[in-house]
Every structure is written in C-alpha cells, then in structure tokens.
Design a protein. Structure first.
Length: 374
C-alpha cells in the first residue's frame, strides 16, 4: 500500500455476527488489491492500534489508575508541563512499536531527539511520528483526548545506521498513512492509507476495532467554526475578518448563523469536522512573535491535514497548503486551519487580499468588549 493509491474504496466483508469488518480484515483486504505489497505496513498499523487500545484503557481508569495530574513538574521538549498520562502514553507507543522490525526509528512530541530502535530488535523501512496524548490537560476534567500518528518511509540507508532528524523532515504529502485515536464516550481509530478515510470503533468485548464509519467525508460548507477567542487581540486581520463575519450571523455578509466551538484538543476538533463539517483555526498570531504557530507540523498538522484532505476537506497554514511544506526541524510549530474546503479557501483568500477590514462586530471590535484599558 502506498500514499499515492487512489482507486475507489470497496466495502469490506466480515463473517462476524455484526457484519462489520475488523481493522485487521480491512487492512488485509486493502493489501489484497496490491499483491506486490508486503505485510509490514499492516503489521505496523496494528501495533499502533494496540498502543491506542492500551492508552484507551489507561484513560478510562482515570484517577483509579493514578494517572491524572502532573508528572512531578517535568517539562517536555516544548517547555510544557508533562501530565502523567503524557509519559504513560509515550511509553506505551514506544514499547509496543519498537520490537516488531517494521521501524527504522520513531519521533515523539514528548522526546527531544529521534528515538533509536534498540539493538536487540530488527529495523525496518518505516518511520513512526506521534503525539501520544493530544489534549492531555482535558483528562483531569474528563473531556475527550486523543493520540495522533503519522507513518513515513525511511530514506534509503544502511540497515544499521541510526536515524537522524533529517530523515523525518518530509513534507506531509509524503505520508504513507496517518490517523488518530479519540478516547471519548467510545474509543475510535480514524485511519487513512492514502485511499480515503475510515473510522473504526473499539468493541470492548471483542477487543477489536470495528469498521463503523467507511469513507468519511468533510462537507464543503459549514455553519460551525472552532477558535480560541481569548487570543482575539493577537489575531491577524484576515482571521479577525473571518471570525467577525461568522459572528455577524444571518444579518452579516455570510447570510447565516454560525456556532462557535473550542475543545482544546485538535483530535476532538478534527473528529467533529470529519463527522459533520466545520472549520478549525489555530492561526499564527502576535502573542509570541518568535513562534510561527502553536501546533507541531510533524506530530499534529501533517497527520490531521492528511486525513482532512483525504476526506475532501482542506488543510492550510491560512496562506498555503500544509502538506506541501518542507519541514525545517523536528519540533517545528505552524499555524493551522482545516476543515470544510470552501471556508478554508475563504480564509486563504483573505490572507492574500490587501488588509482593509474594519470590524463591525462588537465582541472583537477595536472599541469593543476586549478593548485595552486606557
């Protein structure tokens, strides 16, 4: 299986009483379409799925497992306080994927340098990039969190050479597969191997991910947007213009009312958009001018962007497609806008138009509720 496979999806068949295919059956059927393909990618995805199951169980036990709270004041490579679940989830991803012989190396949002496969295990032809627990601050208040992963081909190299940071610096359109797990009222794995997007729900009794959402598609239009409005004073004019127009509602230039959402978990936001449309904005702003954005290109923007675009949506920095960007460093940050194609294209257009927008919405107006004190 390759990221450039675009043949139409066919329904999977299953002999299970539910009539639904398991993740394993789905992957086997995908592989059968390409007899020349080996089984390494399938096996790797199943290892990732196992890690997600283990994390789901830990998240479900919550405080009963002693997994809530901070990890003793430790900071990750991003300078952010680690939660206990961040550490546990990272260890599960590493331990359940290092041994199988499918990987040349790994990179995690929680680890400063690439993770080398231990000498006692064989090395393979893929690279695994992951955010082990996105939105971990939500766990203490029992709100949905998730894991994000991306699979890349390792560059041609000697089998015994350690991976380097440069090996992982591949544009998002080079991803072989990408996906996320969301741990909410049910646990789901959402996956693309370059031929659309499929969603699998974990059956706790069987311990299997079952295909429940084949061929997920993002509606082209929407009446929902997600943004952290507490940062409004730092937004660039095109973002302010877009939000103001949405808030103006039916009487404004967009001619319809919008709902605003914010979960503080990019997995949960992406999942909602895949199921019912919408647009998500975590744009570049002036809050910290030294940073190009808040989200990580390799661990968050690229895999989420891959899924959204495979589902017919669009992923952008606000100015250009995310998947075309050449990464410059392992933990590079980026502004991210994704979701319903027409809305994202509108935001891109606003960024390329001359700055001439005057806000007409009191909430974010220069003399509105967020006006600085004299």
């Amino acid at each position: 299986m390759h990221a450039d496979i675009h043949a139409p999806l066919a329904p999977s068949r299953s002999s299970l009483p539910s009539g639904r295919a398991t993740l394993t059956q789905f992957l086997i059927e995908e592989r059968r379409r390409f007899p020349q393909a080996g089984g390494d990618l399938n096996a790797l995805i199943l290892d990732v799925a196992l890690a997600c199951k283990a994390i789901a169980r830990t998240v479900a036990y919550g405080e009963l497992a002693g997994a809530h709270g901070s990890a003793g004041g430790e900071l990750n490579v991003q300078g952010e306080e680690q939660k206990r679940l961040d550490v546990i989830s990272n260890d599960l991803f590493v331990r359940l994927n290092e041994w199988g012989g499918r990987l040349a190396g790994m990179a995690s949002e929680e680890i400063a340098q690439p993770y080398q496969i231990p000498a006692q295990f064989p090395r393979g032809k893929y690279l695994l990039v992951f955010d082990p627990l996105d939105g971990s601050s939500n766990t203490d208040v029992n709100v949905s969190v998730g894991s994000i992963f991306s699979i890349l081909r390792a560059p041609h190299r000697e089998a015994d050479r350690d991976v380097t940071e440069a090996d992982f610096l591949q544009p998002g359109d080079q991803q072989v597969a990408a996906g996320y797990a969301i741990y909410g009222p049910s646990t789901m794995l959402v996956l693309s191997v370059g031929r659309g997007v499929s969603g699998f729900t974990l059956d706790p009794g069987l311990g299997e991910f079952m295909l429940t959402h084949p061929d997920m598609r993002v509606p082209a239009q929407t009446q929902e947007f997600a943004i952290n409005s507490s940062n409004s004073r730092f937004w660039e004019p095109p973002v302010r213009r877009f939000v103001d127009e949405c808030l103006a509602g039916r009487s404004g230039p967009r001619g319809r009312d919008y709902n605003m959402r914010w979960i503080a978990c990019v997995v949960a936001e992406a999942h909602r958009i895949l199921l019912r449309g919408g647009v998500y904005l975590y744009p570049k702003d002036s809050k910290d001018p030294a940073k190009a954005g808040r989200l990580r290109l390799l661990y968050e923007a690229n895999p989420i962007g891959f899924l959204i675009e495979q589902a017919g949506g669009r992923a952008s920095t606000g100015r250009q497609p995310v998947l075309a960007l050449q990464p410059g460093e392992l933990h590079q940050r980026i502004g991210l806008v994704f979701g319903s194609r027409e809305e994202v294209e509108r935001i891109e257009r606003y960024h390329h138009e001359p700055a001439s927008h005057d806000s007409a919405t009191p909430l974010f107006a220069e003399r509105g509720l967020f006006r600085a004190e004299a």
